[in-house]
Design a protein around this ligand. Sequence first.
Ligand code: HEM
Length: 213
Amino acid sequence: MNGTGKELILRHSNGTRIAHWSVAIVFTFLFLSGLALFSPLFFWLSSVLGGGSLMRFLHPLAGAALVILFYPYAATLVGDNRWLPNDSRWVEHMGAYMRKEHPDVGETGKYNAGEKMMFWSMVVLIGLLAATGVLLWQPWFAPHFSAGARRAAGLVHAVSAFIMFVGIGIHVYAAIWTKGSIDAMIRGTVTRAWARFHHPAWERETTAGKDRR
Ligand code: HEM
């Protein structure tokens, strides 16, 4: 065994945590303002988001901010999110994993297959939302596109947003459910015991001195 279980090891650097929480704050604004713009049922939310016209003006700007914040952050995570053979085993046993039965899914690295799927779906969905958002952006870009193109963009934008909200919902649920995980995203560190239990292959890398982030 390497080190004591209570020893703290770095999981997320200061830069990573600032990027993550900035993305989360911008996403929350986009989620709430998007709901208000999507249906009159939720338009009341605009009263806490600066009023209807300011919120409508800020929504696409927040979308641009999400792109600027998310992709450089995501670029630093690509290496740890590469799909490995063990990840397919994790997916096969996902049900048992959720029931906390600890099936044998092999050695998990820095992120498990569930986190990797979330990561890659965000990479695709934020791209789709941004691309279709440009076609809907009044008064700057929308007038340059046909009504048909804007209708199609509106549909893809709404469907992508819905999948994203569900995905982030699962992400937040899993973060709360995995004790010690939110703490790691706030303070940056986890105990060696936590790392050994949830991400044994990554824990070994940190002892080998490979993880310097
Ligand atoms: C307020 C809600 C959120 C909470 C509580 C939360 C919590 C967390 C936690 C605890 C981790 C670390 C997991 C670990 O160490 O294994 C994490 C990682 C991550 N989060 Fe969040 N998060 C939130 C919102 C978001 C949003 C809105 C996005 C993106 C749009 C996001 C994207 C990510 C990514 C990309 C990672 C790294 C996972 C990977 O690379 O596979 N999070 N989050």
